[in-house]
Ligand binder design. Structure first.
Ligand SMILES: [Zn+2]
Length: 163
């Protein structure tokens, strides 16, 4: 379930139960329903919400994704940033090693498999045989919505700006 702010900006993804409660409480409207499914009670059947919109604007001045190990892996799609593999144990690697003054930032931390991480050790990137597949970046919450679901619902696409 995609939750939109009153302004139609994507806010988050929630489960059907939570979305349905927001609708029943009159706090949200169904923007888009999944026509293949319905929610049934004893006497009624309700549209299955796919995209809902909050009736009241939620102000999120500091909507940042917190820098955690888990979120770094999530940003990098659980794939090693050096070899691209996702089938080995994953760790977080400092591109500029901490020993060389590398910081704990989104731009300096990437998901790396244990094999690459061990091979790279405390070497700077220039001395490591592999290159970064993509430059590490600060993610935003919309990207996280896209990455948190395995398949994006067709109904969500107009709101997430993906095609
Ligand atoms: Zn690797």
């Amino acid at each position: 379930m995609l939750v939109l702010n009153q302004s139609y900006e994507p806010l988050s993804v929630c489960n059907t139960k939570k979305a349905f409660i927001l609708i029943l409480l009159g706090k949200a409207d169904v923007v888009c329903a999944d026509l293949k499914k319905t929610i049934r009670s004893v006497n009624h059947s309700y549209p299955w919400p796919s995209v809902i919109r909050l009736k009241k604007y939620v102000s999120l001045p500091y909507k940042q994704v917190i820098l955690t190990r888990k979120n770094i892996l999530k940003r990098d799609n659980y794939l090693c940033s050096y070899c691209g593999r996702g089938d080995l144990a994953l760790t977080v690697d400092h591109v500029i090693p901490k020993a060389l003054g590398g910081a704990d930032t989104w731009e300096n931390m990437v998901c790396a498999c244990t094999k690459c991480n061990n091979a790279k050790g405390n070497k700077p990137l220039a001395e490591f045989e592999l290159k970064l597949i993509q430059k590490p970046y600060v993610p935003n919450h919309i990207l996280f919505i896209k990455n948190s679901v395995s398949k994006i619902d067709e109904n969500w696409k107009p709101y997430l700006f993906v095609h």
